[in-house]
Design a protein around this ligand. Structure first.
Ligand code: C2O
Ligand code: CU
Ligand code: CU
Length: 464
């Protein structure tokens, strides 16, 4: 019913033929890549930092002609980058100027549930809530998006998504491209349908197995180009789509190096020719532009189509990077220890509106499992297909960063050996993850196909 072998297809399901095909990039309509602004703190000391983050309605010139009605944080579309430092006390005043409830979820953040922004922490229209937490995790690229029950998918689709960078001593000391907007650039990758009036209409684009699109946007830019002046580029890739898996590569199969996964740096860079990210996943990659087959250009491809055109204008003096440097100190996993841990089965089942986890569908008033603070468990995440076939489910847990122990009984690949908060699980696969419950409260775990999550492919665990 479906083919598992070819990971280029954006998703496997019996409806595979209905997949929107990404449009061929037309070279006529290039725009400079939008770079999200860095958010200015309202107050900062070494120990603390304060930010204001506000949802708003806006209008954005995404295509030629009519502007697109969009949603954004502190702007018309998407959001700024919020930088926090490990150890800092962070205070964020969140404000909602939409005419609907929203919530501010910090995806990948390790915090007690009062700052998690789950469906329980709604911010009503024209009101604000202030959260605070201690930045208690290593340098990483996190992101934030709304999470109100029933409205997550539509609000993200209309433009609500932003980035949070955690920095620490290690990231300060590593020799990596780190000049924001120059050689260190986030790429929020999303697919959208635009109607004939250039509007993103969630209701019309909606599909129960996940709302996709035929037009690729990076940071809200269609057909973006970027003038590259340094030899090495660092891209922080974020799959911010509702439901689409993206395969990243470079023109001519030029290799690149993955240096970080969802929750921080890998121990060392791992060379890749191709990288798949499912919705919610992040990766940081380094590109050595001298490897380009073309002297003056190099394209980043998504699903074999041009996604970002790099115009190479190298500054010969730009810094050289030691790609073999040690990036992190993630401990090896001791198999004997993990064998003794309690196990929890997570069965991901179904398609379209018939989805569930362990046979249960989401209920705001139901705690599906209870865990002890500071305990550890092995979760066996199974993607159970049925006669109709199956599809990839990206499995995400709030408030934790976990480790992958195995994928179908085999050691995970190097780029899945670091910290993860979202993991792609193929049909019929079993992925074992090691989860530590270090934060208190009620946390969601769910499929990050946002429409599946809305249909109840989500549960709640309480850490006490
Ligand atoms: Cu990215 Cu529960 O979310
Ligand atoms: Cu999350
Ligand atoms: Cu799913």
């Amino acid at each position: 019913f479906f083919s598992m072998g070819n990971n280029h297809s954006m998703r496997q399901s019996m409806h595979g033929d209905n997949q929107p095909k990404l449009q061929k990039t037309s070279l006529a309509n290039e725009d400079p890549l939008r770079i999200p602004p860095l958010l200015e703190p309202t107050h900062e000391t070494k120990e603390s930092v304060t930010y204001d983050v506000r949802t708003q309605m806006g209008e954005t010139q995404i295509k030629k002609g009519e502007k697109t009605k969009t949603l954004g944080y502190n702007g018309h579309l998407l959001g700024p980058v919020i930088k926090i430092k490990k150890g800092q006390d962070v205070t964020i005043k969140t404000e909602n100027t939409l005419n609907k409830n929203t919530s501010f979820h910090w995806h990948g953040l390790k915090t007690d549930d009062n700052a998690d922004g789950s469906p329980h922490q709604l911010v009503a229209p024209n009101s604000s809530e202030t959260i605070s937490f201690k930045a208690d995790q290593e340098a990483s690229t996190l992101w934030f998006h709304p999470h109100p029950e029933g409205e997550t998918a539509s609000q993200v689709y209309q433009g609500l998504a932003g980035l949070m960078y955690v920095e620490d001593e290690n990231s300060d000391n590593l020799s990596l491209p780190d000049i924001y907007g120059k050689d260190d650039i986030p790429l929020i990758v999303q697919d959208r349908y635009f109607d004939s009036n250039n509007q993103i209409d969630y209701e019309k684009s909606y599909r129960s197995d996940g709302t996709q699109g035929d037009t690729l946007m990076i940071n809200g830019t269609i057909n973006p180009y970027l003038d590259v002046t340094t030899r090495w580029m660092r891209y922080r890739l974020v799959n911010g789509s509702n439901a689409t898996n993206f395969t990243f590569s470079l023109d001519g199969q030029v290799p690149f190096y993955q240096v970080a996964s969802d929750g921080g740096f890998l121990n060392k860079a791992t060379e890749k020719e191709e990288l798949i990210l499912s919705p919610g996943e992040r990766a940081e990659i380094l590109v050595d532009t001298t490897k380009s087959l073309d002297e003056d250009k190099l394209n980043l491809l998504v699903d074999d189509k041009i996604a970002l055109k790099m115009n190479l204008k190298p500054d010969k003096k730009s810094k050289s990077i030691d790609i073999t440097q040690k990036l992190n100190r993630i401990p090896d996993i001791n198999k004997n220890d993990t064998q003794k841990l309690p196990r929890q089965t997570i069965d991901l089942k179904g398609m379209s509106h018939m989805v569930n986890i362990n046979g249960e569908i989401f209920d705001m008033n139901k705690i599906n499992m209870t865990k002890k603070l500071n305990s550890k468990e092995v979760w066996e995440v199974n993607n159970i297909s049925n006669m109709m076939g199956g599809m990839i489910h990206p499995f995400h847990v709030h408030g934790v960063q976990f480790r992958v122990l195995s994928r179908n009984g085999e050691e995970p690949p190097l780029n899945e050996s670091g910290w993860k908060d979202t993991i792609l699980v193929n049909p019929d696969e079993q992925v074992e993850i090691l989860v530590s419950f270090d934060k208190k409260g009620i946390f969601m775990y769910h499929c990050h196909i946002l429409e599946h999550e809305e249909y109840g492919m989500m549960g709640q665990l309480e850490v006490i």
